[in-house]
Design a binder for this molecule. Structure first.
Ligand SMILES: *[C@@H]1O[C@H](CO)[C@@H](O)[C@H](O)[C@H]1NC(C)=O
Ligand SMILES: *[C@@H]1O[C@H](CO)[C@@H](O)[C@H](O)[C@H]1NC(C)=O
Length: 369
């Protein structure tokens, strides 16, 4: 087995170890669409919106096996799970179909080299149903999520809720599949004004067909297809964070959030912004009751902070051709001198729940980069 794959990797120069192959980009009529990744590799398939009939007509052909994409879609450790099992390929492989017309297919295969998934905790999920995702204390995990679900109003859209993590845990969320993107679009904890702040993130949605989360220690979250609208959203705590993004071509919208606040305390409202605006035009506005800033999203993150406010609005101008990602946050700080002591019970919950950990996330960021 080994000399054989060695032979192939010398013979051909294969491209990157992680690949997404959209079914609608294949050539049909029996053409051999060769997978351009050095064996051994694993194949995962997400095809939530494609018909069983079509998927049975598309095949992955290796030297000794032939699997339909319908079988690949159901390659799972448990029937009712959204977790996918890797389909191992140890030779070169190709995708073939006798279909002639399949531009309507939404499904895609995720190909990853074996070395990459050899790590202790590498998991791939198809965002097709509700799933609880938990990681454990002693392992660092890479959790990859694929979403080909087009049954929703904003496809593909993934809703993440009930995110909790241990105070020693670090979680960073990236778009795409591992190795494509290095800067997280969402982090917990987040470094704000030199302090590492651990949040209980609010429900948010992502519009990526693929994204991944790298975790250390215990992290819990619930993932399902869905969309969470933030307009008129009331924040859930005095210290909290959430996420908002826009994809290329998304309709214009202005979202205004109501920030729950205890006026006896000071603190910070802010956002980490990144994105890509072709031609460098387009800006997003971050607006509170007292301040407004306009930023053209770039690949490098930009952090903006201001004082606590009752409202936070995110607006966009001329951004239709680009995309942007905003991790917004609110951090309650100290009680302002001269204000009344909190009554027994009042406010206690929020400040007790939201632990501020003094760990430099920079260590973690550099580890992941
Ligand atoms: C809150 O007030 C304290 C004491 O006045 C000050 O040290 C701290 O920097 C303030 N925090 C913010 C975020 O303004
Ligand atoms: C997990 O990652 C952290 C950095 O985020 C590292 O310090 C630690 O050694 C890793 N733990 C394991 C078990 O690999």
């Amino acid at each position: 087995m080994l000399p054989h794959s060695l032979f192939f990797s010398i013979l051909f120069s294969f491209s990157i170890a992680h690949q997404i192959i959209h079914l609608n980009e294949l050539k049909g009529n029996g053409f051999k669409n060769v997978i351009d990744v050095a064996p051994p590799f694993a194949v995962y398939f997400s095809g939530a919106s494609d018909s069983e009939e079509d998927l049975k007509e598309i095949h992955l052909v290796t030297r000794d096996k032939k699997k339909s994409f319908y079988e690949l879609k159901n390659e799972k450790p448990e029937e009712f799970s959204s977790r996918l099992s890797p389909f191992h390929v140890s030779s070169t492989a190709e995708i073939t179909t006798s279909l002639e017309e399949f531009t309507e297919l939404k499904g895609f295969a995720y190909i990853v080299s074996f070395d990459e998934i050899a790590e202790k905790c590498f998991r791939v999920y198809d965002v097709d149903r509700f799933e609880v995702v938990k990681t454990h204390k002693d392992v660092n995990c890479t959790l990859v999520f694929l979403n080909s679900n087009f049954h929703l109003r904003y496809p593909p859209s993934t809703k993440i809720s009930n995110w909790h993590q241990n105070e020693l845990a670090v979680a960073n969320l990236y778009r795409g599949v591992p190795s494509q993107e290095k800067t997280p679009v969402f982090s917990n904890p987040l470094e704000i004004n030199g302090k590492s702040v651990l949040f209980i993130p609010e429900t948010f949605s992502l519009r990526f067909e693929a994204f991944y989360i790298r975790t250390s220690n215990h992290v819990y979250l619930e993932v399902q297809p869905g969309h969470k609208s933030l307009h008129k959203h009331t924040t859930s705590g005095y210290t909290t964070t959430g996420f908002y993004m826009r994809k290329i071509g998304d309709p214009h919208e202005r979202i205004e959030m109501i920030c729950v606040r205890d006026t006896r305390f000071n603190g910070t409202v802010g956002a980490v912004v990144s994105g890509h605006m072709p031609s460098n035009k387009g800006s997003i506005g971050l607006i509170t009751d007292d301040e407004a800033v306009f930023i053209t999203p770039k690949k490098e993150k930009k952090v903006w902070t201001t004082e606590l406010a009752d409202h936070l609005t995110i607006s966009a101008k001329d951004t239709e051709e680009g995309e942007f990602f905003v991790q917004w946050f609110i951090v309650q700080d100290l009680q302002i001198a001269g204000t009344q002591k909190p009554m027994k019970g009042a406010g206690k919950g929020a400040s007790g729940l939201n632990v501020i950990v003094q760990v430099l996330t920079i260590i973690f960021f550099s580890y992941f980069n």
